[in-house]
Ligand binder design. Structure first.
Ligand code: ARG
Ligand code: ZN
Length: 853
């Protein structure tokens, strides 16, 4: 059944102290839990402890075995007479048979945990909800040879050896925490150690724990951690609070990483990097995720969520914080462009489809399905809007107030917004609609010029589309950064303004407009909305060359490209000249950062073009986009060659400048190939062979993989053999092929699913092939429905092992309403087959049944 936000009740019992003893063994781990419990209300309710999959072997109350406990659903119910007791339970679990990767499980010989959101109940009986904060003391006992390293949350307090070849360690975490932040790790691990001194002089021992052969690949992550710790002190005044901070990397992990107090556990793809195996994109993502998990220590751990409907309280805010960190490491403009592209690729479609939900949802069946782009990325946009409305000083005062007031508590989104109001004196009543109304607002913007009066009039109108369960919407508060430019002089006509559009429609008048004005609106993407403007191709080209806001410049170019591609898709008659001229001008402007140029000249994705259309025709979109790519490739051939050659050679360095050059080079290579040039495969193969780094090597491989050359086969083969056994790189090999624009990608992907290296048991591998294929708009939407069948088959198979990761692969099938009736029927057929599968998890059931609508 569904759980509703309005049903929240404070816990009947609290658990101030928790003592856990783990007798660790992959086949049979004994867990003894001793909970001190205290009554929290007058209800007289029995103690209810959540469990999942296990049976209590013993239950003791105040040291005495009892037998009047009962099991209701999966809860252990213990009647208790008094107001304070000690409860002891014993269970046995089998980490090596845990394929869900929730709770305690085995990954490549390492025993580790993942408890968020509801994994702790798979370890022991406990009130597994985020508003029950407890102080944990943990003892682990394990075979000393197989598991020489034993880690848990907090500080190590004691360790010793037993005479049967086993050893033990005890860890105490002085900070009360919810069960989802519990963690332990046992394994044969090596460490890269660092030292950090906090602003108040506390020395912190940092450790990144990996397999012995991988220690060299943790340097970037450790450096990122040190930068993140310093950044949080400087920008938010937040200091670390324990003597140790450990990170462990494991190969089998359902998500990116987890912020367990003092013991973050990571998917190894967000820790391990060296130039030979990781791309610039990987380096960026590692720094961002390391920072994200570290920042959770305050926004998540010290202040946690009252209930899971408040998930964006910690995730939206922490994403906003990690975006700020990354922006400060290099080009803030390029970072903003990347973040907006990600929002449009993942969150806008979610908001426009059957799985749409507000940033603070009203109900869920399985909370694991709500770790979404809406909670994370749109949630971050909400924080960004409040920061924009408040301004930097008031925003910092508001976060200080929030951190002080709610430290040590489980808080709500409302608590956060109330701090924003109190510290700034602003009324955010209407702003709160952003938390409750789903759907991406659409804003019509039209600027007219009254030349005789020296005036311009901007008409703005907003509309929030209906979403499931929310047919009627109220106008939201949209902070729009706006500036007007003169078409003749290219100069700004007045300063930038922050317009708060809070009504359905509004008019703004600009004075002193002495020449034809051009509108720059939603600069910096100040509001996560869709702008519908009537700006001409000429005006967009003008902005792409003259706007002083780099994001707005990029955006004007994107809009120009999008208008062109949409027109071509619908009418079939391309008019590419304006785009070609604008791209040429951007390439010729040597004052621009190459990283920015690379972003600006890239065409919108097939998916994003489809999102503009009432009905998606994947083949027509593909042809329109390829046509424009080819036209750009041919007409600007010399410029692409020049951009390709211009990048300085030399050994790999990870720096913003070097990254930008590599990025532009790989974009240029893509256009050289798109032009159909005879030597394209030769150039790409030469780059592939000569590269001293994965960025250039994978860039070349990606270009080759889209084509049909002999070089393609050779490169894929060389790449595979060179990196055999390196699972993160073999993931790239699968993914690159799954993203290919070749006509036969569907068949090749089906073959790859039978490759000996393919397994659904490893989430990274499943995502690399099946996840990437679902994002390949053309191949996935093959007219014969083979793509839909393939995805459904893989998803049904994966659901038996790992429901969380299976459910995450489903959303591409949810888009059936946007397709022609033949495709829609095939997609529905795939969804119906999934729903009808016996033994389906509630994770996949919720996604599939909601998708059918
Ligand atoms: N809190 C983790 C993070 O954002 C992710 C946990 C994901 N859990 C889940 N059930 N999807 O860093
Ligand atoms: Zn997070």
């Amino acid at each position: 059944g569904a759980i509703s936000r309005h049903d929240y009740r404070p816990p009947a019992w609290l658990v101030p102290e928790t003592r856990l003893v783990f007798d660790l063994d992959p086949a049979a781990t004994r867990v003894t839990a001793t909970l001190s419990v205290t009554r929290n209300d007058a209800s007289g309710d029995p103690l209810r402890l959540d469990g999942a999959g296990q049976r209590p072997l013993a239950v003791r109350v105040d040291g005495v075995a009892i037998d009047d406990w009962r099991i209701e659903g999966e809860q252990l119910v213990v009647p208790l007479a008094g107001d304070a007791h000690t409860i002891e339970t014993e269970v046995e679990i089998a980490p090596e048979r845990n394929t869900q990767l929730m709770g305690l499980y085995a990954s490549g010989g390492i025993l580790c945990t993942q408890c968020e959101a509801e994994g702790f109940r798979r370890i022991t009986y406990f009130p597994d909800r985020p508003d029950v904060l407890s102080r944990y003391a943990v003892r682990m006992v394990a075979d000393a040879a197989r598991y020489p390293v034993l880690l848990a949350n907090g500080d190590p307090v004691a360790a010793g050896t037993l005479d049967d070849g086993r050893h033990w360690a005890e860890w105490n975490d002085p900070f009360p925490k919810p069960s989802y932040l519990f963690a332990l790790v046992a394994g044969d691990l090596a460490v890269n150690r660092g030292q950090f001194t906090t602003q108040s002089g506390r020395g912190v021992d940092l450790g990144i724990w990996v397999r012995a052969g991988d220690v060299e690949k943790t340097r970037h992550a450790l450096h990122a951690l040190e930068l993140a710790m310093a950044w949080d002190e400087r920008v938010y005044g937040r200091e670390y609070d324990l003597d140790v901070f450990n990170i462990v990397a494991v190969d089998d992990f359902n998500f990116g990483a987890m912020e367990n107090k003092g013991l973050n556990i990571f998917n190894s793809r967000y820790i391990l990097a060296d130039p030979d195996t990781a791309t610039d994109y990987d380096y960026d993502a590692i720094a961002a995720v390391v920072a994200h998990e570290y920042f959770h220590n305050w926004s998540g751990n010290r202040i946690t969520c009252r209930d899971w409907f408040q998930l964006s309280l910690k995730e939206g805010f922490t994403v906003y914080r990690d975006q700020g960190f990354s922006a400060d490491q290099g080009s803030a403009a390029v970072k903003r462009i990347e973040d907006v592209r990600g929002l449009r690729a993942a969150q806008f479609p979610e908001d426009a489809g059957p799985l749409a939900h507000p940033v603070r949802p009203e109900s869920y069946i399985e909370i694991g399905n709500f770790y979404t782009a809406t909670i994370y990325n749109k949630g971050a946009e909400l924080i960004r809007m409040m920061a924009t409305i408040l301004g930097p000083q008031a925003f910092r005062a508001a976060t200080d107030l929030y951190f002080t007031r709610f430290d040590g508590t489980a808080a709500t989104c409302e608590d956060f917004v109330a701090c924003m109001e109190e510290a700034s004196g602003r009324d955010l009543t209407q702003f709160r609609l952003w938390y409750s109304q789903a759907g991406t607002p659409r804003v019509a913007a039209s600027l007219s010029h009254q030349a005789g009066d020296g005036r311009a009039t901007l008409r703005l109108a907003q509309h929030v589309p209906a979403t499931p369960g929310q047919p009627d919407k109220q106008p939201m508060v949209l902070p729009l950064r706006i500036r007007v430019f003169g078409a003749e002089t290219g100069r700004a006509l007045g300063d930038e303004q922050l317009v708060l559009l809070d009504e359905a429609a509004s008019t703004i008048v600009f004075d002193g407009i002495t020449e034809r004005p051009v509108l720059s609106v939603n600069r910096g993407f100040s509001a996560p909305v869709i702008i519908e403007s009537d700006r001409s191709a000429a005006d967009l080209a003008f902005l792409s060359a003259h706007d002083d806001d780099p994001f707005a410049r990029y955006e004007a170019m994107q809009q120009l490209m999008l208008d062109t591609l949409v027109a071509t898709t619908i009418e079939g008659r391309p008019d590419n000249d304006a785009v070609i001229t604008a791209v040429a001008n951007t390439l010729d402007d040597r004052t621009l950062d190459p990283a920015f140029v690379a972003e600006a000249v890239l065409l919108p994705s097939e998916g994003f073009i489809g999102d503009q259309l009432a009905m998606v025709d994947p083949e027509a979109i593909f042809r329109a986009r390829e046509g424009l790519r080819r036209a750009l490739g041919l007409r600007l051939a010399d410029r692409w060659r020049d951009a390709y050659e211009r990048a300085p050679d030399g050994p790999y360095v990870y720096s913003p400048a070097a990254k930008g050059h590599r990025r532009l080079r790989s974009v240029a290579l893509g256009y050289i190939a798109a032009s159909g040039a005879d030597d394209a495969a030769t150039i790409a193969f030469r780059q592939f062979e000569r590269a001293d780094n994965m960025t250039d090597r994978q860039g070349a491989l990606g270009t080759l993989a889209n084509g049909y050359s002999d070089e393609r086969e050779a490169a894929l083969d060389i790449f595979y053999h060179r990196y055999a056994g390196n699972s993160l790189v073999i993931d790239k090999w699968f993914q690159t092929q799954a993203l290919s624009s070749r006509d036969d990608t569907g068949r090749l992907v089906a073959d790859l699913a039978r490759h000996p290296d393919f397994t659904l048991a490893n989430p990274n591998r499943a995502r690399a092939l099946v996840g990437a294929f679902g994002a390949n708009q053309r191949a996935f939407n093959a007219a014969d429905g083979s793509g839909y069948r393939f995805l459904a088959d893989q998803l049904i198979a994966l659901d038996k092992l790992n429901p969380q990761t299976a459910a995450k692969l489903l959303p591409p099938l949810a888009r059936w309403r946007r397709f022609d009736s033949d495709r829609a029927a095939l997609m529905r057929g795939a969804l119906e087959r999934i729903v009808a599968t016996p033994g389906l998890s509630k994770d996949v059931f919720e996604q599939a049944s909601k998708s059918l609508g």
